[in-house]
Design a protein. Structure first.
Length: 166
């Protein structure tokens, strides 16, 4: 398993779930020891679990993940920066989609860490081709305090992406 892939998956799990345990226990059905061993590249996940990792990403995001992994193979010093490279690439693409006025923006509120009531928003930039199942989607997670910035204008969203991911 590529360490770049492991970094990208763990980063997405942290963005999508309250904590890693919720993901590896509830989604993968794995004990902590196997999850930790996988993160150290010492355990091979069963096929079902590998599919669950892919489902963390949209089809378009998964393609970007593959591009980042290929880049880290060609330029090994990029391997430690896989998450940063992925974020920069997704932000650059999403900004082009938004500027083209062809993309739709969906905002979903999420709550993490129920004890502290941390709220985040997930912003999905969607290129819809008017054919069911073939939309391209890139997702971003921001603190909920930024909701007013992203909901008010596309320009503000682009600026937030630039500030956060580049």
């Amino acid at each position: 398993m590529e360490s770049a892939l492991i970094d990208l998956v763990v980063n997405r799990v942290i963005e999508e779930y309250v904590d890693e345990a919720e993901f590896y226990q509830n989604q993968l059905g794995l004990p902590k020891e196997e999850w930790d061993a996988w993160k150290k590249n010492q355990f091979v996940l069963p096929e079902f679990a590998n599919q669950q990792l892919i489902f963390l990403f949209s089809d378009y995001e998964w393609m970007l993940v593959q591009k980042v992994i290929r880049l880290t193979k060609m330029i090994p010093e990029k391997e430690q920066q896989a998450v940063l490279e992925y974020r920069k690439m997704s932000a650059a693409i999403a900004k082009k989609w938004i500027n083209s006025d062809l993309a739709n923006i969906e905002i979903v509120e999420k709550m993490y860490n129920k004890k502290e009531l941390e709220k985040y928003i997930q912003v999905k930039v969607v290129m819809d081709y008017n054919v069911w199942g073939y939309s391209d989607i890139i997702s971003f997670t921001f603190p909920a305090v930024d909701r007013t910035r992203v909901a008010s204008s596309k320009r503000e969203l682009i600026q937030l992406m630039t500030d956060t991911y580049e």
